[in-house]
Design a protein around this ligand. Sequence first.
Ligand SMILES: [Zn+2]
Length: 294
Amino acid sequence: MKKLKKLAVLLLALCFASLLTLTAAGATSRAVYMIVNGVPLVSSEAYINENGITMVPLRAVAEALGLSVSWNRETRTVSIVSEDGEHRPVVMLDPGHGGSSPGAVYGGVKEKNLNLAIAKQTREVLEEAGVLVLMTRTGDQDVGLYERTELAAGWCADLFVSIHCNASLDNPEAMGIYTCARGKDSDGWEMADTLRKTMIASTGAANVGTFERPNLAVLRTATMPAALVECGYMSTPAELAQLVQSEYQTQLARGIADGILAALEADFNWTPAEETEETEEETEEETEQAEQDT
Ligand SMILES: [Zn+2]
């Protein structure tokens, strides 16, 4: 990690140096001299391009710092790894729909907004556990179906979970948690089934089941274990009344996060680190609470 910090400092210094160069001489294409840990990188060709942007060869710098660099042409991913680097799991959460695609709409409630609210709360729980969480959208914008799994592949996500709410056209009383994966033989099946259980445990909602959905675009195109969860039926007024409640969304998020943490342990043998800092924070919070109470 120290090495990465050094790299960041070096890159910042270079950017700053380029600004100085530009303001001082107004140059647009002068050579840039690169020094890494005090050693000149003579063979590398850093330069300022026509737009005044300093271009630094990442590979040369990283390898000079003892890091290994790889490039995946298909996903357009640059991966830099240090020997002592610890892999932190990366989870891509995919709040369904967004922008011009509202998803199901019942009683003036749009599915896209419920999905985003639940996903954001799920992210919070996972981040607290030390998981690196990415989202296909964090606001109300259009995201293509293929773009969603492309993002997950590009960022080398370990797991992909799409979050939706359900609707039934023929059963006005349908209620409960529905999860799915590409197929029973897919690497997302266990996670989908676990998610169903953890979401039911956290919410007390009815059990609809875990299903094979080989034709859903996000499940079909995901290159990592992928599952899709349906948090409840918007078409059933009683369940819609729950889905719009922030507290119920918190329970759903807790259930989704629990399922994802279980999948991280099952698939990657990863468990949240027990931090001593956390207990200190808790104690601080408790003290604050006690002070407020008095
Ligand atoms: Zn949906």
